[in-house]
Design a protein around this ligand. Structure first.
Ligand code: UGA
Length: 459
């Protein structure tokens, strides 16, 4: 058992803290937000994350997990290892990552580090390359070691990803003695995971920082690639779902992250590709990552494309049409609406004149708080009533399992745009629906069937 601190109690930090307690460590987790700390201390997760509540309760009950407001916890200085897990969102004024929270956390930490413990500061946040070295330059003279240990957890799978990661990466000092010491302590913390033979990669700090950026940039690229193929399918009569399956059998390509639709969003992929581009520009190699600008552009284009599709399949266009949008969160099993393609599509539909109602099993409290102007329906049946168009925007299981006959009895017109290509198309067709996917080859047919031409997809 080791005493560790976790600084920042967002998705990453709170889950990491509870997971470390479940591995048997004594954990003090701090955050600047007193409300968040009150909720966590009372065992109430401040966000929706399957499995988190259980490990939070276990940790609190065991007495090994505690939460405190930053700056109020004297025991922090007793921790041997400090995990930095604060947010590094996109700057409000540029594509760069905003490191304000990280800098503040390091300032706080610098005040409590005790050189006699030879503490280790472990960065988990996603940061521009070079951040770890800057921290090391500042903290090593205070007797601390600095390691970058990026986190690869996915929202909705955060607990499993933290306790059973695909790989563990340590970005270590170039000094062999420092590196060996820090790796040894981290191995002790991760002993249970390493016993599962999870690959562990020891490297320098810039590589570790880049590994995380590269992983997210690659995933974003994969999604934009398949969405480009979806456009090709739309104009040629191909079916991108079959295409993805067929290329996915090639193990060099792989089927995962080849789901075409309204594209990627959330608090990570979009900001990370922008941060990487911004840093490349600063380093004078912007042309080397120019394709990431395209990845971003293609991704945002998916959102306008689904609105054009909706316009195309609505006889008379979107103005005044009652549209029910199923899904508000950026992905299922999360209440996170940050940069959510679903929410963006809903707002674009509103701007196009549609009368929009948004449904979501978990995300509505966040939608109501941040978008009070958007009409929401907490009851699915009421949300679907009299709809003239349904748009599936987030592939929640509840929506995939909907009975098209039942939905057909509620709506005014049986037209559904499947923005995630996730519904069983044949089943919806059999129930008399016009089902329009993204790049499923049926778009031309449906659009022509609805008497629509010139929608900007097939010119
Ligand atoms: C992402 C990475 O997957 C994690 O490995 C990483 O740790 C995390 O960012 C982070 O940097 O913290 P996350 O943002 O939770 O995780 O979500 P993803 O599962 O990657 O999905 C991102 C977006 O891509 C979602 O909007 C999803 O709907 C979309 N997506 C995903 C597609 O449009 N198509 C796909 O085939 C897969």
């Amino acid at each position: 058992m080791m005493t560790i601190s976790v600084i920042g109690c967002g998705y990453l930090g709170a889950v990491h803290a509870a997971a470390m307690a479940s591995l048997g460590h004594r954990v003090i987790a701090v955050d600047t937000d007193p409300h968040r700390i009150r909720e966590l201390s009372a065992g109430r997760p401040p966000f929706h994350e399957p499995g988190f509540e259980e490990i939070l309760h276990q940790g609190l009950r065991s007495g090994r997990l505690r939460f405190a407001v930053s700056g109020t916890e004297p025991e922090l200085e007793q921790a041997k290892v400090h995990f930095l897990a604060v947010g590094t969102p996109q700057s409000p004024v540029s594509g760069a990552a905003d490191l304000t929270a990280l800098e503040a956390a390091v300032d706080d930490l610098a005040r409590v580090l005790r050189p006699e413990l030879r503490p280790i500061v472990v960065g988990k946040s996603t940061v521009p390359v070079g951040t770890a070295q800057q921290l090391a330059d500042r903290l090593e003279p205070l007797g601390a070691e600095v390691v970058w240990n990026p986190e690869f957890l996915r929202e909705g799978h955060a607990v499993a990803d933290t306790l059973h990661p695909d790989r563990i990466v340590y970005g270590l000092s170039d000094d062999p003695e420092r590196a060996a010491y820090a790796a040894g302590v981290l191995d002790e913390i991760h002993a249970e995971l390493l016993a599962e033979a999870i690959p562990r990669i020891l490297t320098n700090r810039p590589t570790a920082e880049l590994v995380k950026m590269a992983a997210n940039a690659f995933l974003a690229t994969k999604i934009s690639f398949i969405n480009t193929m979806a456009t090709m399918c739309d104009v040629t009569g191909g079916d991108v779902s079959v295409l993805a399956e067929a290329i996915g059998y090639d193990p060099r390509i792989g089927r995962r992250f080849l789901n075409a639709g309204i594209g990627f969003g959330g608090g990570c992929l979009p900001k990370d590709i922008r941060s990487l581009q911004t840093q490349a520009e600063e380093l004078g190699v912007s042309q080397a990552v120019g394709f990431l600008r395209e990845v971003d552009r293609i991704n945002l284009g998916c959102r306008s494309r689904v609105v054009r599709l909706a316009e195309a399949v609505c006889p008379g266009g979107l103005a005044g049409t009652k549209v029910t949008v199923l899904g508000a969160t950026f992905k299922p099993n999360s209440d996170d609406i940050r940069d959510s393609p679903a929410l963006d599509v809903a707002r674009r539909l509103v701007r196009a004149g549609a009368l929009v109602r948004v449904c979501d099993p978990c995300g509505l409290p966040n939608v109501m708080r941040t978008h009070p102007d958007l009409a929401v329906a907490t009851d699915l049946e009421k949300g679907l009533a009299e709809a003239e168009l349904v748009v599936l925007a987030t592939e929640w299981r509840q929506y995939l399992e909907l009975d098209p006959q039942w939905v057909g009895g509620l709506v005014a017109r049986k037209i559904i745009v499947d923005g995630r290509n996730a519904l069983d198309r044949d089943r919806w067709h059999r129930a008399g629906w016009v089902h329009v996917g993204m790049g499923r080859g049926d778009f031309m047919e449906e659009a022509i069937g609805a008497g629509v031409i010139g929608v900007g997809v097939r010119q």
